[in-house]
Design a protein around this ligand. Structure first.
Ligand SMILES: NC(=O)CCC(=O)C(=O)O
Length: 261
């Protein structure tokens, strides 16, 4: 299953420009690499322009859903649609959607853990729905958003639902980039699944974001790691048989004793 990750720079507070950049990138990448799945980063329509989100956020996931759906149909590609600011009812959520090749939304998830270091809890509302798996091309997978990575229960819940791949969409600052890399490797090893991530590069409001988007195999071996500063496309094919092979060779799921912890 061939993946292409967009390690993107984001134009602060300009959803139109960011959509145009994503449109161009999907077109070029779909034509050049013909991936099965493409992956975008967190809050890619606006960046962390939190005080402007009342004006800039989507409403009920539009127009981002229609945009991604149109891209998926046009290029016949599955899209892990990163996340975006999304007005729903009274609150603004950090929402991710996943769209299949037919343009159908197969997963919608609101970031549960809002990150205090970037002031999210002051402006956003945390998701209240459990993480669940979804399928693309018959493969079970799950998704978390950035700071969620620090809470291992989410990845474990997805693994127990038999996810073979976990996506992490992020705007993770450069100052803590070693945590980013180490935690992803740990989640891959302890849950014996692929971890595929997209983290932005560039800066906003005095924060430098650290790139280093990753594709890690289910033994914890990083197959690809993006640079810390450059916009780039990371392409890798996942050999999904590796998941069942490592789960058979090191049978942690059948050795769990959950009533003792
Ligand atoms: N966008 C985020 O959730 C950033 C998370 C972060 O900075 C951290 O966990 O450290």
């Amino acid at each position: 299953m061939k993946h292409a990750v967009y390690q993107m720079d984001i134009v602060a507070g300009d959803p139109k420009k960011n959509r145009e950049n994503v449109r161009q990138w999907i077109k070029q990448t779909a034509e050049a690499a013909q991936p099965d799945v493409i992956v975008l980063p967190e809050m890619w329509t606006t960046g962390y322009t939190l005080s402007e989100l009342k004006e800039l956020a989507d409403v009920d996931a539009e127009p981002t859903t229609s945009f991604l759906s149109d891209m998926a149909i046009t290029y016949h590609v599955n899209i892990i649609g990163g996340s975006f600011a999304n007005y729903k009812g009274e609150g603004i959520y950090n929402t991710s959607i996943v769209v299949d090749r037919q343009g159908v939304v197969v997963n919608e998830y609101d970031k549960i853990h809002l990150v205090p270091m970037l002031d999210e809890p002051r402006y956003l509302t945390g998701g209240q729905e459990k993480v669940t798996t979804f399928e693309l091309d018959g493969v079970k997978m799950g998704l978390i958003i950035c700071y969620d990575l620090r809470f291992p229960e989410l990845a474990r819940s997805l693994a127990l639902q038999d996810a073979q791949i976990m996506y992490v969409v992020a705007e993770w600052p450069a100052v803590r980039i070693e945590h980013w890399k180490t935690l992803q490797v740990a989640r891959a090893i302890e849950n014996q699944m692929y971890v595929v991530s997209s983290n932005r590069i560039g800066s906003y409001n005095g924060v430098d974001f650290g790139g280093s988007s990753m594709i890690i195999d289910p033994t914890g071996n990083p197959l690809r790691t993006g640079s810390e500063t450059k916009e780039e496309t990371i392409v890798e094919s996942l050999a999904l048989d590796t998941v069942s092979e490592i789960r058979k060779a090191v049978p942690i799921f059948s050795n769990r004793v959950p009533h003792l912890y």
